[in-house]
Design a protein. Structure first.
Length: 135
């Protein structure tokens, strides 16, 4: 099942609604659900004053999405969240690419006391975590 709708069209009983409530309306995002796996892609650019601010926002969003989706949708067992951003090389070429990626399984997420988690600990808590050079 693929969920790709405008922000104001998401039904409240879908993972897309939770993602939009965490990330915000008007931010380009894509949410897909297939066989118990939820994948989320969104643009990090609105929060990218610095790499540190981007990482902080990504960790905050990850915490909200993981806790919100797993608490309401038992059919979902894995969540992968990917933030994209704009890049520009020294020759002036511009492109979009992945800058932060994290993955949580339900089993791992259930073992975390989310109210006590510091955003800087997200890489160690995730089942998988990757960030682009410079983050």
């Amino acid at each position: 099942e693929k969920m790709r709708q405008k922000a104001d069209e998401a039904p409240k009983d879908t993972p897309l609604y939770i993602v939009q409530s965490v990330i915000g309306h008007g931010i380009e995002q894509e949410v897909k659900e297939l066989d118990g796996w939820l994948t989320v892609y969104y643009q990090l650019d609105p929060w990218m004053m610095t790499a540190a601010v981007g990482k902080y926002q990504f960790s905050s969003a990850t915490k909200g999405i993981v806790t919100g989706v797993f608490s309401k949708f038992p059919r979902i067992n894995t969540i992968t969240i990917t933030a994209t951003c704009a890049y520009k090389d020294i020759r002036g070429h511009e492109w979009r690419g992945n800058c932060l990626v994290t993955e949580f399984t339900r089993q791992n997420a259930d073992s975390v006391v989310w109210g006590r988690v510091d955003n800087k600990d997200m890489p160690e808590l995730a089942d998988k975590y990757w960030h682009a050079h410079g983050f």
